[in-house]
Design a protein around this ligand. Sequence first.
Ligand SMILES: Nc1ncnc2c1ncn2[C@@H]1O[C@H](COP(=O)(O)OP(=O)(O)OP(=O)(O)O)[C@@H](O)[C@H]1O
Ligand SMILES: [Mg+2]
Length: 248
Amino acid sequence: MIRIENLTKSFKNENSRLVALNNVSANIGNGELLGIIGSSGAGKSTLIRHLSLIEQPDSGTIWLDEIDLFKLKGRDLLRMRRQLGIVFQGYHLLEQKNVYENIAFPLQLVKMSKTEIKKRVDELISLVGLNGKAQAYPVQLSGGQKQRVAIARALASSPSLLLCDEPTSALDVVTTKSILDLLVEIHRKTQVTIVIITHELSVVKAVCQRVIVMDEGSFVEDGSVKQVFTSPKHEMTKLLLGYQEGQL
Ligand SMILES: Nc1ncnc2c1ncn2[C@@H]1O[C@H](COP(=O)(O)OP(=O)(O)OP(=O)(O)O)[C@@H](O)[C@H]1O
Ligand SMILES: [Mg+2]
């Protein structure tokens, strides 16, 4: 269980302070497939950067089971970071390494044996549907294939949480569908907790069970996809759903 507790983060710009996360709280249960939606600047990436321990909050914290994530230091922090898999819109692959090497990289960092690495990478290549592509370099892959490599790499060290920041925003409709299908399949097979950040309603509708709507650094709605999308309460949710004024 992940507990986001009164998380607050602001950034100092030239002469003002911008509150990117405004005292947000939520629980994420093990094995959930959660969507976080909001318009540009809502604070979605800032939230994911906290969940992935890249950013420190001004106040509040995140608990993973009984561990306060922001109290971790040194080796414990490194170990925890490895329990988090992250997928970005821009893939972030190592261009000089082939598919096999990209996926193997996090396993080499934890000094897994060559034989074990091979077994795990072969499994992952098959899981993400990239059989026959192990020797290909990122430049030889399509966007969808690159995202498959990124997903396999994120899953390499069997994380308890998979964080996806706009995983399909750079992809066309057909490829988006195939990547979302893959995430659903991975969720079904591994029961890993998945958080998908997106500004696209269709992504949340296609894969998520629960959705949190963000607006100006706050969580303005949180509920089942069905409930939030059939009876939206907040103006931002209505806006994202494309409701016309006077329609509700
Ligand atoms: N390092 C930073 N320094 C200053 N301001 C920042 C920093 N990171 C984020 N912000 C600001 O915080 C706010 C939230 O940014 P964030 O990237 O979390 O939004 P987002 O919801 O991910 O938007 P998008 O959909 O465009 O990716 C924005 O106004 C942004 O300009
Ligand atoms: Mg973002």
